[in-house]
Design a binder for this molecule. Structure first.
Ligand code: ACO
Length: 440
């Protein structure tokens, strides 16, 4: 099936923009979207009207055409290539979702085997990269190591840097998805002072990652299917999310024709920020602070108090205003994992469920359309599995690499390649004369 396309023609609807001062007017084409709002084409606005548009935070700006992921925040819908995230989370696995994101279709059996074989071929990293790790302090944050090591891949894999060569782009994409768990687990092992564990290609993507994270040479590691399935689901749920900050960063870096490893390193840097990848850690801290069900009402009252900066962490989302479809899946996963482990995190989970129940019945949260987001339950699952909080965002990066790579490939294959170059509303000084030091 071909990717659906849209073209505009003379009969396309337009909007007219009239400058009330000069009475100049311009017809702006409305380009149709397959789902979600259509877009107003403002590309000639500066040329014809000498205006820029102004949209800090890009709340109303479509920065590109994309056929990969669609989100309807009002209805709580997330689709990858047309498939709902709930269906993918229950029926697919992470590598199949990665294939879907990159190729646009679900793989046939043969295509899947070929894809798996390609991924397995690249799970190891160049041995010399180990010296790179040794250059970091042991107490370095694993995300700092990720930014450095992934950026450094461009110094190791010179045969996959030419973005004008499709085969090289494919090779770089496979390498990134394949090596990311190895690089992430090595970052953890390094900070723990434990030996690196080499990948095992007999295992699934998630099993292999768990083994590289948690096994030690002194003890055999047997992957637990409940935990590897839960991790795989977390990977699926974080694989792509349209033009978010890190994905837009990858696209912007790539628009200058920078090599793919450098672009993904830029994405990791953007993801590291607490406003993007770090909220599940904040949820755990909050639950620990609440401590007991009896204290929930006090914290709900604080969240509603305008004079108190406290917010319910893991509640609300910039785009989802009905429910976050990923949160429900993770609630089930949390239940499965904690039952399997008989974990000490069980009271935290019960506290979280009670907090969710009380908040969802509260008028403040109903009126403001505040629902649990993907981060509300993911931290509990990861903590129960034994991941330290400093690794939470690293796991997000492992999963999101599939999305970054897909979005990067989509961008570099566009027929017209334009460097991303936003403009600004300048609010600084006009021209002024230099003042010598003695006169300042
Ligand atoms: N607790 C209490 N009140 C909240 C919360 C919350 N978690 N979230 C939003 N509100 C209130 C705001 O105070 C505001 O009220 P007002 O209109 O009376 O001023 C209103 O709801 C709208 O909030 P905004 O911050 O304007 O909404 P925005 O869409 O910009 O923010 C955000 C979304 C940042 C996620 C916000 O809901 C939040 O801070 N949540 C907690 C942090 C969190 O869970 N972040 C993870 C997001 S998911 C992710 O990044 C993968």
């Amino acid at each position: 099936m071909a990717t659906p396309t849209h073209t505009s023609d003379d009969a396309s609807p337009t909007v007219t923009l009239i400058d009330n001062q000069s009475q100049k007017r311009i017809e702006l084409a409305i380009l149709p979207s397959n789902e979600g709002p259509d877009v107003i084409d403002v590309r000639n606005l500066y040329r014809d009207m000498n205006y820029f548009t102004y949209d800090p935070g890009f709340t109303s700006t479509a920065s590109c055409d994309s056929a990969i992921t669609f989100i309807d925040g009002e209805k709580g819908i997330l689709l990858h290539r047309g498939y709902s995230i709930e269906e993918l989370a229950s029926r697919s696995d992470f590598l199949e979702v990665a294939y879907l994101l990159i190729q646009g279709e679900l793989p046939s059996k043969k295509q899947r085997q070929k894809f798996d074989a390609e991924i397995q071929l690249h799970t190891m990293v160049d041995e010399q990269l180990i010296s790179f790790y040794n250059g970091f302090r042991r107490d370095a944050h694993p995300m700092a190591i990720m930014v450095g090591v992934v950026g450094a891949l461009s110094a190791f894999y010179h045969d996959s840097l030419d973005i004008k060569d499709l085969a090289q782009c494919h090779l770089a994409s496979m390498r990134l998805i394949s090596k990311m768990p190895t690089i992430a687990a090595m970052a953890y092992k390094y900070t723990m002072g434990q030996p690196f564990v080499y990948p095992d290609n007999e295992l699934t993507y998630s099993e292999n990652f768990l083994r590289m994270m948690f096994s030690v040479p002194a003890q055999e590691y047997v992957p637990n299917p409940v935990l590897s399935r839960a991790l795989d689901r977390i990977f699926i749920l974080h694989a792509d999310h349209e033009q978010n900050a890190s994905t837009s960063t990858v696209r912007l870096a790539g628009s200058s024709q920078a090599n793919p490893f450098a672009c993904i390193a830029a994405g990791i840097a953007s993801l590291w920020g607490p406003a993007h990848g770090g909220a599940n850690e904040a949820v755990l801290n909050m639950l620990n602070e609440i401590g007991h069900k009896d204290n929930i009402h006090e914290f709900i009252a604080r969240a509603k108090d305008k004079n108190d900066p406290f917010r319910l962490m893991g509640f609300g989302h910039r785009v989802y205003k009905n429910h976050d479809p990923r949160a429900q899946v993770l609630r089930e996963s949390a239940h499965e994992v904690l039952t399997e482990l008989g974990s000490t995190e069980q009271p935290l989970f019960e506290l979280a469920m009670e907090l969710e129940r009380i908040a969802l019945e509260d008028d403040y949260f109903i009126e403001k359309k505040l629902f649990p987001n993907v981060d509300f339950y993911s931290g509990i699952i990861l903590k129960a599995m034994g991941f330290p909080t400093s690794m939470f965002t690293v796991l997000f990066a492992v999963a999101r690499t599939a999305g970054w790579v897909s979005q990067w490939n989509e961008m570099i294959n566009e027929p017209v390649h334009k460097i991303g170059r936003p403009r600004q509303r300048y609010i600084g000084y006009g021209l002024r004369e230099y003042v010598p030091t003695e006169k300042r």
